[in-house]
Write a protein that binds this ligand. Structure first.
Ligand SMILES: [Zn+2]
Length: 109
């Protein structure tokens, strides 16, 4: 994944599964060495937890209007930042209706 280096360039984060463009970020967390800082709509928390991985991990959990739900994970290790996708249970039912979690967007105007 390469992001253009021009200062005025802006791109859209898309669903890694289907490339849907309307993602709602419902949780962000940073896993440091000995703790995890988590931000949701209702709180900011710090939980002590030993990081089993080496390096920092930044995780964005989203629910997409495409019906997908997942985590986009940036893992910094030995000078590289790896990008992973972890799918979670879909939020759309068999009729295509969306069932967003109670977490809600971290912030939305
Ligand atoms: Zn999707």
């Amino acid at each position: 994944m390469k992001i253009p280096s021009t200062a005025d360039y802006q791109c859209i984060l898309v669903c890694p599964f289907c490339k849907g463009e309307n993602l709602h970020i419902i949780e962000a967390s940073i896993h440091r060495g000995d703790d995890i800082v988590t931000v949701t709509r209702n709180c900011v928390s710090v939980k002590e937890k030993k990081n089993e991985e080496r390096g920092v991990i930044i995780m964005l959990e989203y629910e997409g209007e495409c019906g997908h739900h997942g985590q986009i994970i940036f893992h910094f290790y030995k000078g590289n930042t790896f990008v992973h996708y972890h799918p979670l249970a879909k939020i759309s039912d068999e009729n295509g209706m969306l069932h967003y979690s109670e977490k809600g967007d971290i912030f939305r105007d």
